[in-house]
Design a protein around this ligand. Structure first.
Ligand SMILES: [Zn+2]
Length: 740
């Protein structure tokens, strides 16, 4: 019989070890209270025999429980007391050891690529998180939820945030905040009056909001958002031009208007820079254009630098920021898109390194930017150029069938996403007059993830049993989310003052409590390891026809049940293809401890992300898109498809053009391209660098890789072990045929 030790390792059940542990307690009580050696032998024998009868590996706790029971029932009452105290103290020492490891950063595991676990802030954050997770698990959640979590069946994300009842992520309504201004704890901020201020306020708002929640923050249509501020800057420069450049037209106009603009700020915000109004003076117009572009470029550069340097949250994290853009065809919007892309291509800092934040997402739209002749096609090409060296932008599909019903005239309803993949689907609690697809002011409230390979094992690798169990577990995931939702809704609004005072989450009615805002958000049921579950159930994954058939059946169940929950609970339940940055690794560890190494399933360090094709399959990028596009339609709460390309694609913009368009035509909602992006930290040389830099020979190389949708710093130091292993097994999708 095998025993599972606390460190997860297995060992043989030993009668001697049981005997020794009782002797230890026995030696520590008064001679009068001691048990005889014979009595101890008898108890050891009993415990051993009971444990022998278990038909699966037995956790060490269970053995200790058995010893305890028998000691209590025997005459050795004092020995039992001593044994229990001994167990308790050992448990406390273990807890203290883990806490010390977090506090001193002696066992850094890179749970989250964005946290510097070595820093003072990181150490405080990790230690606090350790205690809060423990608190949530043991005090806040139901027995069923705890069991599901501990058994590696349904994972509860961000348990530390669970403890205080904060929510996950938010698409920030920047249009409103920039136009109306906002309050912070110390001061109120006036509305933005120029493109420079507006861009810097975007960084400030991102940071403030990210402190009110635990996940990412996004801007859903930054190009449209910035149009009024380009106009405000332009108008100011135009008047400067009239005053200093074109003196004759200037004095004529002064006669007409006086020395100041006759327009109010609101009128300027509405006045296109290519309107006839600016026909008075060509020199002033040209001057204004030049100065506005200059200011815009500086503003964008400032925003990139801010988002890559302003740490927030204990844990020295950068806020997980994402910006969506690409559809605005107004002159001003096009200027913004161009500046954002050129800023991305330029990079940040001394070596012009790739900007890690914000996660940049280009919104592709038929007739707007996808093909030659479309008004923003030139900007799409520029986006591809940026992707080829910077990995960003990723591509969102405005035409995605899952976002049907959006309003062509309202950019707030265009398909947009959080960098990681989370999406706000149609809102069942939408207020009258609002489009259900409106993304702004909403976010994901809480995620859970069903670990499919565990269910496959528990169902004895039998398909029908598995489907039944999955059905049951999806129900339990709903219960777990409802339990958490109620807890989050019970928090006072003052816990997130910036959010509720400034209405960054829409719909808040003080008299109804924060539920009035939170009910517009999503509750999502995620999944991990579809590929491995299929392997367990039928011996092949969804790169085969049979595997795909079963995959569809599984995803249909998720979809049908979430749709049903949405109606029954009047809350936005959704199917989520979980990022699982840390979970892909920790869930695998637990799986291996329980079921050992199973070929093609647990003979590696990570589970395959959501419904992705396993990273080691050799195929063309088109084949990968073909396969995953068959499953993306089942998810309404977020999914990503990405392909790995080698450095050969770097200058082949036509190939990238074809690839992105192919993905969009296949109805992929969110698409990303991975290219090697290494940077020599000594001389700044960039590209795919093997061991040492070809320019200067340095081995100090930063290796950027995508982790969930976002990029991260050096993957060899910032990723957890499982993710590092996954990166190493990623094959390039370069048209290589299987097993070539
Ligand atoms: Zn170098």
């Amino acid at each position: 019989m095998t025993v599972i030790k606390r460190n997860g390792k297995n060992e043989q059940l030993s009668k001697k070890k049981i005997f020794d542990s009782i002797c230890k307690a026995n030696d520590n009580v008064n001679a009068d209270d001691r048990l005889t050696k014979k009595a101890i032998q008898r108890i050891s024998e009993e415990v051993f025999n009971i444990c022998q009868d278990f038909d699966e590996p037995i956790p060490i706790d269970k053995i200790e429980d058995e010893i305890e029971k028998r000691l209590m029932a025997s005459t050795g009452y004092e020995v039992a007391k001593c044994y229990i105290r001994y167990r308790y103290e050992k448990e406390r020492v273990r807890q203290n050891k883990s806490l010390t490891e977090k506090l001193m950063a002696t066992n850094v595991v890179n749970q989250n690529a964005n946290v510097d676990e070595f820093s003072f802030g990181g150490r405080i954050g990790e230690a606090a998180s350790f205690i809060m997770k423990d608190y949530a698990l043991n005090n806040l959640i139901s027995k069923k939820a705890r069991e599901n979590h501990l058994n590696n069946e349904i994972y509860i994300h961000d348990l530390d945030a669970y403890a205080v009842g904060s929510h996950n992520c938010l698409s920030i309504p920047f249009d409103k905040l920039l136009k109306e201004g906002f309050n912070t704890r110390q001061v109120d901020i006036r509305p933005a009056q120029s493109i420079n201020t507006a861009m810097q306020l975007v960084a400030v708002i991102f940071q403030l909001q990210s402190l009110q929640q635990f996940g990412g923050v996004s801007a859903t249509h930054l190009d449209w958002t910035m149009v009024p501020y380009v106009r405000l800057s332009f108008h100011k420069y135009y008047f400067d031009g009239l005053r200093f450049i074109d003196l004759s037209s200037g004095s004529e106009l002064r006669k007409k208007f006086g020395s100041k603009t006759p327009l109010t700020k609101d009128e300027i915000r509405e006045l296109p820079i290519d309107s006839d109004w600016y026909n008075h003076s060509l020199p002033a117009y040209e001057y204004a254009m030049e100065k506005t572009i200059e200011e815009l470029n500086q503003a964008v550069e400032g925003m990139y630098h801010n988002l890559n340097s302003l740490q927030s949250r204990s844990g020295n994290q950068l806020p997980f920021t994402s910006i969506n853009y690409g559809t605005c065809t107004l002159t001003e919007g096009r200027m913004v898109i161009k500046a954002l892309l050129e800023g991305s291509i330029k990079g940040v800092g001394k070596f012009h390194r790739t900007s890690i934040f914000p996660c940049s997402i280009f919104q592709c739209w038929k007739g707007v930017n996808r093909h030659p002749g479309d008004p923003n096609y030139d900007l799409f090409r520029l986006a591809l150029k940026s992707t080829s060296t910077r990995l960003y932008p990723n591509y969102a599909n405005v035409d995605w069938s899952g976002n049907c019903g959006y309003d062509k005239n309202d950019p707030m309803t265009y398909f947009s996403t959080m960098g990681c993949r989370t999406v706000n689907g149609a809102d069942i609690n939408v207020e009258p007059g609002v489009n259900p697809q409106r993304k702004d002011g909403r976010g994901n409230i809480a995620p859970t993830t069903i670990i499919l390979p565990t269910l496959a094992m528990e169902a004895d690798r039998d398909v029908e049993k598995f489907m039944k169990l999955l059905d049951k577990k999806i129900n339990e995931a709903r219960d777990m989310l409802l339990e958490r939702f109620d807890w989050i809704c019970s928090q006072p609004a003052k816990s997130a003052k910036f959010m509720y005072e400034n209405g960054t989450m829409f719909g808040y009615k003080p008299e109804e409590g924060i539920r009035s805002a939170l009910k517009h958000g999503t509750l999502v049921i995620g999944q991990l390891g579809l590929a491995e579950a299929l392997q367990l159930l039928i011996g092949k994954d969804h790169t085969t026809e049979e595997g795909m058939e079963l995959a569809k059946r599984i995803e249909q169940l998720f979809k049908d049940k979430c749709a049903k929950f949405k109606q029954e609970n009047k809350l936005n339940f959704g199917v989520y293809y979980t990022p699982a940055e840390n979970l892909c690794y920790t869930a695998m560890k637990k799986f291996q401890d329980k079921y050992g190494v199973i070929e093609k399933v647990s003979d590696k360090e990570f589970f395959t992300n959501s419904m992705h094709v396993p990273v080691w399959h050799k195929m063309t990028p088109f084949e990968k898109i073909d396969i995953e596009s068959k499953l993306t339609g089942y998810s309404n709460a977020g999914c990503i498809t990405y392909v790995e390309l080698d450095s050969g694609t770097l200058n082949n913009i036509d190939a990238l053009d074809e690839l992105v368009n192919y993905a969009m035509d296949k109805d992929i909602p969110y698409f990303a391209i991975n290219v090697p992006a290494d940077c020599c930290m000594k001389c700044g040389h960039q590209g795919e660098i093997n061991k040492e830099c070809p320019e200067c020979g340095s081995e100090n190389i930063q290796r950027l890789r995508r982790v969930t949708g976002y990029l991260t710093g050096n993957y060899t130091t910032a990723f957890n072990y499982g993710k590092q292993k996954e990166v190493e097994q990623r094959v390039k999708h370069n048209g290589v045929c299987a097993d070539a």
